[in-house]
Design a binder for this molecule. Structure first.
Ligand code: F6P
Length: 550
């Protein structure tokens, strides 16, 4: 029994039943599952919003799914979900509510934190963002010299970068093509250098995105950006107001930096960094795509929020996807999860999901403060198809590891392209369908022999198959569909954290590296004697100084 009154997860009867079921299923073959149930292909599907979800190519039976749902019931996933939507402080280690769902709530919704309805403030900020975005887009907002803004540079890191940077790529065809929008995150000066080297400072707006406004990378880059701008314009501090806006929860630090808080767009401590791009953190994106498209995206998020909140367990897609991940991670020893979008526009999608999933569920301590003795979050990875096919798919097909994968594709190519380029879409999608088929069903030795392959090569050319995949298919990649996809993964991650009994909304693991970096820096710059450096790091620091001629 846990301190919180819960039975240890892996001692619950539901967990034990799943472990037993896993043994009984043994090496169940997808070929057999499909042969014995001709309705499986059409039957193992669900719909949420515009997303068609096919989970037929998973190593599961009806019984597996029933047992997984029982585990979810035993761990009260829906109870925690309801507490989250109600605004309870389910982020217990930081004593915070978890209310990214309030960011896309309708104007008339009532969601209270500490007795205060947060929805009006959400819409006030959205309206301010919309007003500002329109002024930039129309040219009404001008820089210090009176020129209109043509370049927007978002400076932020982690959740203050990955979301808007990803969404900007995804929705490129919806952006104002006359605007240059760039994202700077890395404290490596090369990032800012490359971002501004060909820009006219007089036409450039910096959007400084930082929830805390204390993150060293962002504040360092923002300071360098300010110095670059003032140097280029040969202007004083008064130019900052026209070229810098801030997205933050920390008005004091924003003012300290020299940005007028009238040019600050606020959000709140109940929005986690990695859950924040639909808050003020999305301002650069909103400038690029316009407020209407941004609101369409929020509607997409809301569609999946409502589904997650209300759909019964059997039809609840985030619940299903979360439980499938648990099936592989905890009962098949899978260590990673691939997300493979068949859309070039989703090139940064998996990088975004890495933070969402790995910063949320990369934890070995449970909510009760005890170490878990079950696997938690997987390594999430992947790049857009078909590029991956010519790189690492070999290992997925014929390697020794089980790698469950999500395949995400769209029926329609992006409308903006020429007819010739649109025609390439069928080839892209032929690969999409062929890959999940090959992964699931492989090729038997007899089939290989039937192709006339010499006996000594038969083993090499055999594909065992049985590699599980989820197919997510939508008609078109719109702002709404992007919102739906993100909310789907947010809630999937939530489900897994709830079952594993971990706090998916803190990130203490990031802190140690930050503290140590601060300590090491004087050793690099001044050769200062730093207490507590281990022998390896000390030698490396000395080598670095030698290489730099210090
Ligand atoms: O990397 C740790 C982290 O705290 C992330 O969770 C967060 O998204 C990122 O730093 C940036 O933080 P901030 O928005 O406060 O600059």
């Amino acid at each position: 029994m846990n301190a919180d009154g819960r039975t240890r997860l892996n001692r619950t009867p539901e967990w034990t039943a799943l472990a037993k079921h896993r043994e009984e299923l043994g090496e169940v073959r997808l070929r057999e599952l499909f042969a014995t149930d001709p309705g499986r292909g059409a039957g193992y599907t669900l719909q949420v919003g515009d997303l068609h979800i096919d989970y037929s190519k998973h190593l599961v039976t009806d019984e597996t799914l029933r047992l997984l749902r029982e585990l979810a019931a035993a761990t009260d996933v829906f109870g925690l979900r309801d507490a989250m939507f109600r605004g309870e402080k389910i982020n217990t280690t930081e004593d915070r509510a978890v209310l990214h769902t309030a960011l896309r709530a309708p104007r008339d919704a009532v969601i209270e934190v500490d007795g205060e309805n947060v929805v009006p403030a959400v819409h006030t900020v959205l309206d301010r963002m919309a007003g500002f975005a329109e002024r930039v887009r129309s040219g009404a907002w001008t820089g210090h010299t009176g020129k209109r803004i043509r370049n927007v540079v978002n400076v932020g890191i982690g959740g203050s970068d990955l979301g808007p940077a990803m969404a900007y790529e995804v929705l490129r065809s919806y952006t104002d093509r006359d605007l240059t929008v760039r994202f700077v995150s890395n404290v490596d000066g090369a990032d800012l250098h490359e971002a501004v080297r060909d820009l006219d400072a007089a036409e450039t707006l910096f959007v400084i995105a930082s929830k805390t406004f204390t993150t060293i990378e962002t504040i360092t880059n923002a300071t360098s950006a300010r110095n670059w701008l003032l140097g280029e314009l040969k202007a004083g501090q008064e130019a900052v107001a026209k070229h810098f806006v801030a997205l933050s929860t920390n008005a004091g630090k924003v003012a300290d930096f020299g940005i007028d808080t009238a040019n600050m767009f606020e959000f709140w401590d109940w929005v986690g960094g990695r859950y924040s791009y639909d808050s003020a953190i999305g301002l650069s994106l909103m400038i690029a795509i316009g407020p209407d498209r941004f609101r369409e995206m929020l509607d997409g998020f809301r569609t999946v929020d409502e589904h997650f909140r209300t759909a019964p367990a059997e039809a609840n897609v985030p619940l299903l996807l979360g439980l499938l991940g648990i099936w592989y991670g905890n009962f098949h020893d899978a260590q990673s999860h691939a997300v493979l979008p068949y859309s070039h526009y989703l090139s940064k999608f998996t990088a975004y999901l890495q933070q969402l999933d790995m910063e949320s569920n990369g934890k070995y301590v449970g909510r009760d403060g005890r170490e878990v003795d079950w696997q938690t979050g997987p390594v999430v990875w992947g790049t857009p198809g078909t590029n991956g096919q010519h790189a690492y798919y070999q290992l997925i097909h014929q390697g020794t590891k089980l790698i469950p994968a999500d395949f995400i594709g769209f029926a329609e190519p992006v409308a903006e392209m020429s007819d010739e380029l649109k025609a390439q879409h069928d080839l892209l999608m032929a690969n999409f369908f062929a890959q999940t088929q090959a992964l699931a069903f492989g090729k038997t030795p007899d089939e290989v022999r039937g192709e006339g392959v010499p006996e000594e090569l038969v083993a090499h050319k055999t594909f065992k198959g049985n590699h599980p995949t989820t197919t997510i298919l939508a008609r078109e990649l719109t702002p709404s569909v992007l919102g739906q996809l993100i909310a789907l993964y947010e809630h999937k991650v939530f489900v897994q954290g709830a079952v594993w009994n971990i706090d998916s909304f803190d990130q203490w693991g990031v802190e140690l590296g930050k503290v140590l970096a601060k300590r090491v820096e004087p050793a690099l710059t001044e050769g200062a004697e730093v207490q507590g450096l281990d022998a390896s790091t000390k030698a490396l620091v000395a080598k670095y100084r030698e290489l730099r001629g210090r």
